[in-house]
Design a protein around this ligand. Structure first.
Ligand code: NPW
Ligand code: ADP
Length: 292
């Protein structure tokens, strides 16, 4: 793999500044509400995984708006979730959706969310609609999805090409598409249209398991909802938050795994302790290091 050397390795020292710690003056609305349109009849589980991860990352409220079966499953797992429309500070869209099987009502709702001008995570089944996005947007493709995003008539791009130099392709995609790109894989590459290049390594390969990308999207959604004001004023906040989500995901996977196999839900379950360790002051005033 040939990669440029100018990728900054994002680590705990960088990430801890991007966790919003609630203050005594906060309430659930001031902390931020994450709107979620994920899941489908085919993939209701992805909705549960993303919502669980968002809730475990810490957010004032999760507002889930999706198909009835997915909604019921989400509520069974997380009765804290609100399932009526209302105010949101950020959107998480697309996990567990298949663009080819999308009905008109779902497409309209996704386009409406994309056009709201809010910080938005675009995953899986909404990637074909990102031209409608008007707010700060992070796309979270794997290699094949990025290939689909970059292919043009007569100019196909393949997952195999991207696998040769994923960082280079992530950077190219950020420039071409004008959005922040979080390219998933053993190393996660995060690139902004402005040229910031961040890299997260060290996730255990046990993380290559169904639904772990849905969990990452949920973590990122919560970070965007709790930082919507900062995203408005800091051009580099989005790329930093995306890399922070990837790092929290990798650290949580390492914590859950402890050398053994994991499920996606295990990763979400390990997020609170991962964040606590990230924030904990170490003896002598230095922060405790967390290991993957
Ligand atoms: N419990 C749930 O509800 C879950 C729901 N989920 C939801 O399912 C939806 C579809 O997810 P998906 O991206 O995996 O597409 P899917 O049609 O399975 O694969 C198509 C082909 O793409 C390829 N390919 C896949 N990954 C690749 C990679 N990293 N890098 C390169 N290539 C890769 C591979 O083809 P190959 O290259 O092996 O020929 C594969 O056959 C999506 O909405 C997701 O959120 C999942 O999260 C699981 C848990
Ligand atoms: N070999 C690997 N080592 C570490 N992490 C991996 C590896 N392969 C995939 N991952 C991570 O697992 C997650 C898989 O996400 P994704 O491909 O969207 O799967 P799903 O759609 O099943 O959720 C991503 O966060 C990716 O970075």
């Amino acid at each position: 793999m040939s990669e440029p050397r100018d990728w900054l390795e994002w680590d705990e020292r960088h990430a801890r500044a991007w966790i919003d710690v609630p203050q005594p003056v906060d309430d659930k609305y001031s902390r931020g509400v994450l709107g979620v349109r994920t899941g489908s009849r085919q993939y209701p589980g992805a909705a549960v995984l993303g919502v669980e991860a968002a809730a475990r990352t810490g957010v004032g409220m999760v507002r889930y708006l999706g198909p009835r079966r997915a909604s019921n499953l989400v509520l069974q797992r997380r009765p804290e979730v609100v399932t009526v429309p209302g105010r949101v500070e950020a959107w998480l869209l697309g996990s567990g959706m298949d663009a080819a099987a999308r009905d008109d009502g779902t497409a309209t709702a996704l386009v409406e969310a994309l056009a709201a001008g809010l910080p938005t995570v675009c995953d899986a089944g909404v990637l074909d609609l990102i031209a409608h996005a008007t707010g700060p947007t992070v796309v979270t493709p794997h290699f094949r999805e990025l290939a689909g995003l970059l292919s043009r008539p007569g100019k196909p791009v393949t997952a195999a090409q991207i696998a040769v130099s994923p960082g280079e392709w992530a950077g190219r995609a950020a420039t071409e598409l004008g959005v922040t790109v979080l390219l998933k894989g053993a190393t996660t590459f995060v690139a902004s249209p402005g040229g910031v290049r961040l890299r997260v390594t060290g996730a255990p390969a046990w993380l290559a398991t169904a639904g772990s990308g849905d969990v990452l999207a949920g973590i990122l959604g919560a970070l965007l909802a709790t930082h919507s004001a900062t995203i408005d004023t800091d051009a580099d906040a989005l790329v930093a938050l995306a890399a922070t989500a990837a790092l929290v995901h990798a650290l949580a996977a390492g914590r859950a795994s402890n050398g053994g196999p994991i499920t996606a839900l295990d990763v979400a379950g390990a997020v609170p302790a991962t964040i606590a360790a990230l924030l904990a002051p170490a003896p002598g005033g230095r922060r405790a290091a967390t290991t993957v």
